[in-house]
Design a protein around this ligand. Structure first.
Ligand code: PLP
Length: 396
């Protein structure tokens, strides 16, 4: 059986890789960008703007609000640094709120408590981590009462089944970045529900060199995955990391907001076309994990039904022991979301998060393991993962 990964381009098949290669020399197409904009505007009933990255979309959204200088932006701990990066670029300060204990969901009580102490909070960025919906409606109603802008970040949860979703936020953020639900290598969008854009959108363009790197990435990943069992993949993976060809997804190659190059649009539409099928697959694999690992699951059946199941989260006591047993069975899941309350990946970043302020998020990051649900995981592979974990659990 071929090795199992959480990432390394697991959302791309051979045809996708070819399609991406075919985009390298594709001419710019404003029409393609317009078609995508139109699609998103219809979907969310707002004004859509397309960017090279999801974090560009967050930065754009916040700058556009033109908030007073001393405003605070709140978001949940247990996240990656890219959100903080976007907030800081606007010059605004951020504050983190905690999650419920042993849960991926923000603690609404903690949000209210933090707001009471920090009435300068003018915007909240809410995420549905790993593709599971949280109490969006409750938080949105409360935000409106307190005149706080709610930004719903659907980077990990495009497609969640929440009734009336398009009316439950003031701004929506999407990411089409690596390992997201709509993985088109890179890309982001911001949909403004009720604000007009006040920013000049002529900004820096993505260099051809960067596009070349992006668009060859799926093919290289495909080669790595396919040749891993004969060691060639291991060497190739080592080389692409060593040469900087494969960067950490948290690393940002564009320092200023950049618009989406049109060459990524066809890839986004391809993932949109496959979305239903891919969500059904993810749900089926999630259900299998749940049936067999219920005792250590961090989600329940309703979460699986309503969520998009980007990864299946479990709570394990000794994470390193589980990871090494999995590795011995050629199951590589060390790419955990997240390894810290604010995860910088392997880049050197300075988070403003103060240790101890969100204890539940910190604890979660020490115990969470997310199991893959992507297209490469069939039932046999899922059972292989389940067997390794169950054996360790039973021997405790
Ligand atoms: C919830 C969430 N929002 C935003 C982002 C940023 O997306 P991008 O990598 O496209 O900038 C990420 C991923 O890094 C994310 O997980």
């Amino acid at each position: 059986m071929s090795p199992i990964f959480n990432s390394i381009g697991s959302n791309y098949d051979f045809n996708f890789s070819l399609k991406a290669l075919g985009q390298i020399f594709a001419p710019d197409s404003d029409k393609n960008l317009e078609i995508l904009k139109f699609f998103l505007e219809k979907e969310f009933e707002g004004q859509a703007f397309l960017f090279y990255k999801g974090r560009n979309a967050i930065e754009f959204a916040l700058k556009n609000l033109n908030l007073p200088k001393n405003s605070l932006v709140a978001t949940q701990a247990f996240t990656c640094y890219s959100i903080e990066e976007a907030i800081k670029k606007t010059g605004l300060k951020l504050i983190y709120f905690d999650l419920k204990a042993k849960s991926l969901n923000p603690d609404f009580k903690n949000i209210k408590k933090i707001y009471k102490k920090n009435p300068q909070i003018k915007a909240i960025i809410l995420q549905n981590s790993l593709g599971f919906a949280n109490e969006i409606e409750k938080i949105y109603q409360w935000s409106r009462q307190n005149k706080i802008i709610l930004i719903l970040d659907l980077a990990q949860s495009y497609g969640i089944k929440t009734a009336n979703l398009k009316n439950l936020a003031d701004i929506f953020i999407l990411s089409f970045g690596r390992d997201k639900i709509l993985d088109a290598i890179t890309g982001g969008a911001c949909i403004l529900k009720k604000f007009d854009n006040k920013l000049d959108l002529i900004q820096n363009q993505v260099a051809f060199r960067q596009r070349l790197k992006d668009l060859t990435y799926p093919f290289v990943c495909f080669l790595i995955r396919k040749t891993y069992p004969i060691y060639l993949g291991k060497i190739l993976h080592f080389l692409v990391k060593k040469t900087g060809f494969e960067t950490n997804p948290i690393y940002n190659p564009v320092k200023k907001i950049a618009p989406l190059p049109s060459q990524y649009v066809n890839l986004i539409f391809r993932q949109l076309k496959n979305l239903d099928q891919s969500l059904k697959h993810r749900q089926k694999i999630s259900k299998l994990y749940y049936q067999n690992l219920k005792n250590i699951s961090l989600i329940n059946q309703t979460d699986i039904e309503n969520g998009v199941n980007l990864r299946f989260p479990i709570w394990v006591e000794d994470i390193e022991k589980v990871l090494s047993s999995l590795k011995a069975a050629q199951i590589y899941l060390a790419d955990r979301w997240y390894r810290k309350a604010i995860d910088c990946g392997k880049i050197n970043c300075q988070t403003d998060y103060r240790q101890g302020t969100c204890p539940n998020a910190e604890k979660l990051s020490q115990h969470i393991l997310n199991l893959p649900t992507h297209q490469e995981i069939d039932e046999t592979k899922a059972i292989k993962i389940i067997n390794v974990i169950s054996k360790l659990e039973n021997n405790k």
